[in-house]
Write a protein that binds this ligand. Structure first.
Ligand SMILES: [Zn+2]
Ligand SMILES: [Zn+2]
Length: 754
């Protein structure tokens, strides 16, 4: 169609997810199809489009622009206005304007078009493990600077070959302006090494790695965002060696399944029984680890998830993982390549230094990772995919703030499961999971991420927001930052504000904050609170009777200590099998190193110990997970106990857990019934407090916050009961309800106080 430069022109500013997703090439293709002259340019985080044609055609252009865009793009029209026609009609992508509102895009899993090319013999990238296009491949983890361009990523060290360059420049090609595209001639290459021997070359390195895996070898494999430790998930002996070397005796290990069948899930279904929602989550673009039910008769090693009925499963996210899993033709353990709790390893040198004691072979490539990202973890609870960990595919996670910040703030979250949140203007961005920042490597990553997030978004903060617990590494880090204002937010207020921040349409709130422990405003350890109000104005109106487990920090890893404190409190002479508790009991009698707590997480621990499930935990949450697994799958609230509520001198309601102890120890009941009755009682307890609060304070939305609500049984019982009683009840979906959501809550709380 001929173009006419005397026609009026429109200027559109489009925001949302429009950079690094093939949006500008899409604009050009669409314009060419409609015979419209356009120029396109990146402006900060947005795209400016000047379209020149008759009004009718530009209206159609705009409509299709916003409805037919590439699947990973999320364009939002910011403004539309008339402007002067351009002197030069045609299709032009103008140089990017830097600065302003940058957008960081999470890494994308292998797209269908690339999968087709990779699996079609005779194509240029047949079986090439680093195939990508505008719709897939690494993004955030290789991004050095903004805006996202080949020159600002770590792939800049791989100049395009002539044939790739031609595809890059060809507007009708799938790889038109694909910033991280590569081919066997110009892209990264695999190297396999074992001991002192190594071999470079994609085909041979892959074949050697697969044959090593078949022989029961543990292989370190570099993926998007970091290294994985891989081994045969059906080989019991190898899995046990991995556990022993990683010093991870019980904690569940994730499994990567080869894609098979039309849905990709046929192979996975031999070992697991995903529900429809879980199947959808497994196949989602983020390709997270999804917790799914293990099938009876599964061939997987029982050592993968000892005592549990669920497994963390995933489908391949990168072309390399797809090829590996397909060639191996079976399930592979794929656990983060790290030293227990530390950040995932990203460089060849660190992999060889830290993982050499665990693994026997390495599959490296020569493309550098700039920001680590573990796999994201999702669990379906009450029909929705709830994020438990933010990582590859999901982070950085951006949310809109309900109010505009007068100055930018940075929040480093809690201690375990740390994330960073950067708030500026009406935006808040949550980083990937940083791991336990108590370790030197964890703290280094916190610092590096704080720097890179500010640099990539072009923001410098003067205000830090941290947990009120001065002993947390994150709080100590905040205090060390010199010339900064440091705002300290109580742990459970941040949890409550995180729920309120995710559902900004609701207010006021009654938030139940249930977790292991966080420093309360009265100096004791809280973990079973009900906070009424809104961000910036929370009041604790209900709690649980405090108890005093002996052992201080040891309590978190020793469920028997919580059980003993409850039993002794009600006058029972309880002790775990084969353990001398004389010293602990003497300490408890004089409350020596027995900090008082109202923690529901510790109540779950105690119940797990009373039922004989876990006395000593080898990982956080082992006790609560064991009791969730064993709870009778049939039944609901029938056996819930109605616990007494008292009003304390300070007018706070306090639910008394003491009637639970004889129930949990009543051998006349099967363990699975007692486990279910415990869950139901915990659900009824919060329901009863919510009803009392409604009588006293009127209408509010109910929020469930804190790591305890990762327990599907409890959350589903609670949500069901609350909805049935007429409450609008919410459990977070996109921001984890555990401590990984604290940084987001800290920003929401600080924003409300500005
Ligand atoms: Zn692709
Ligand atoms: Zn090439």
């Amino acid at each position: 169609m001929p173009l006419d430069n005397n026609l009026p022109a429109q200027r559109y500013l489009v925001g949302g997810r429009v950079q690094g997703v093939g949006f500008r090439p899409f604009v050009c293709l669409l314009a060419s199809e409609l015979g419209i002259s356009v120029s396109v340019r990146n402006r900060g985080g947005q795209v400016e489009i000047v379209a020149q044609s008759g009004h009718e055609r530009t209206d159609l252009f705009l409509h299709r622009l916003l409805s037919e865009h590439p699947s990973i793009a999320r364009p939002e029209l910011v403004s539309a206005e008339n402007c002067l026609p351009s002197e030069e009609p045609g299709f032009r992508i103008l140089p990017s304007e830097t600065g302003g509102d940058a957008v960081l895009l999470p890494d994308q899993s292998l797209c269908d078009a690339c999968l087709t090319e990779m699996t079609t013999p005779g194509t240029r990238r047949y079986r090439y493990p680093f195939i990508t296009c505008t719709q897939c491949g690494p993004r955030y983890t290789i991004m050095r600077d903004n805006p996202f361009d080949r020159a600002t990523t770590s792939i800049s060290g791989f100049p395009l070959c002539d044939r790739c360059r031609a595809e890059y420049d060809q507007p009708l090609d799938r790889c038109f302006h694909a910033r991280v595209m590569a081919c066997p001639q110009c892209g990264p290459t695999l190297t396999y090494s074992s001991g002192s021997r190594g071999v470079t070359g994609n085909k041979t390195a892959l074949a050697r790695a697969v044959s090593a895996l078949r022989d029961g070898t543990i292989v370190v494999v570099k993926g998007i965002g970091g290294y994985h430790l891989l081994c045969d998930a059906r080989n019991d002996a190898t899995v046990c060696v991995l556990r022993a070397r990683k010093r991870r005796p019980e904690k569940p290990l994730a499994v990567l399944f080869p894609r098979a069948g039309a849905t990709g899930l046929d192979r996975l279904r031999l070992d697991c029984a995903p529900s429809e929602d879980e199947a959808r989550a497994l196949r989602s673009l983020e390709r997270p680890i999804v917790l799914v039910r293990l099938r009876k008769g599964s061939e997987l090693s029982p050592a993968l998830a000892p005592g549990l009925t669920e497994l963390g499963a995933m489908l391949p996210h990168s072309p390399l993982h797809d090829l590996l899993a397909e060639m191996f033709d079976g399930p592979l353990v794929a656990t983060s390549g790290n030293v227990s709790g530390e950040p995932v390893v990203t460089t060849r040198a660190d992999a060889e230094r830290y993982l050499e004691p665990i693994a026997d072979a390495f599959l490296h490539d020569d493309g550098p990772i700039l920001h680590p990202a573990d796999d994201s973890v999702v669990r379906i609870i009450a029909g929705k995919p709830r994020a438990l960990r933010l990582g590859r595919g999901r982070a950085p996670l951006e949310r809109v703030l309900p109010i505009s910040l007068s100055e930018p703030i940075l929040a480093p979250g809690g201690q375990m499961k740390a994330t960073l949140a950067l708030g500026f203007g009406t935006r808040v961005v949550i980083s990937q999971h940083l791991g336990d920042i108590d370790s030197p490597r964890g703290l280094d990553l916190l610092e590096a991420t704080a720097d890179s997030m500010q640099r990539l978004y072009g923001i410098r903060v003067r205000t830090l927001v941290c947990d009120a617990h001065g002993g947390y590494s994150s709080a100590r880090w905040a205090r060390r930052q010199g010339d900064m204002t440091v705002l300290r937010i109580p742990h459970h207020q941040a949890h409550a504000s995180a729920v309120a921040g995710e559902f900004p349409g609701e207010s006021p709130w009654l938030c139940f904050t249930r977790d292991g422990a966080g420093l309360g405003e009265d100096g004791t350890l809280w973990g079973g609170e009900a906070l009424l109000g809104r961000p910036g104005a929370w009041a604790r109106i209900a709690t649980l009777r405090p108890f005093a487990p002996p052992g201080g920090e040891a309590v978190a890893r020793a469920p028997w200590r919580s059980a003993a404190a409850l039993a002794w409190d009600v006058g029972l002479d309880w002790s775990p099998p084969n353990l001398d508790v004389t010293l602990a009991r003497s300490a408890w009698q004089v409350r020596l190193n027995c900090p008082a707590t109202s923690s529901v997480g510790r109540l779950f621990d105690a119940a797990s110990a009373f039922l004989g499930l876990v006395q000593q935990a080898s990982y956080e949450g082992e006790g609560p997970m064991a009791i969730e697994v064993i709870a009778d799958p049939i039944g609901g609230m029938e056996d819930a106990m109605s616990l007494p509520i008292d009003t304390r001198a300070d007018d706070i309601w306090q639910t008394d857990w003491r009637p639970l102890v004889p129930m949990l120890l009543d051998d006349a009941w099967p363990v699975k019934r007692r486990a279910l009755a415990f869950h139901a009682t915990m659900a009824l307890t919060l329901m009863t407090q919510a009803i009392a609060a409604r009588c006293a304070h009127g209408d509010f939305a109910v929020g469930l916050a804190g790591g305890v609500f990762q327990n599907r049984r409890l959350s589903e019982l609670a949500l069901h009961a609350l909805h049935a009683a007429g409450f609008r009840a919410y459990l977070p979906v996109s921001v984890p309800c555990n401590d990984a959501g604290l940084s987001f809550g800290q920003v929401i709380e600080a924003a409300a106080r500005q």
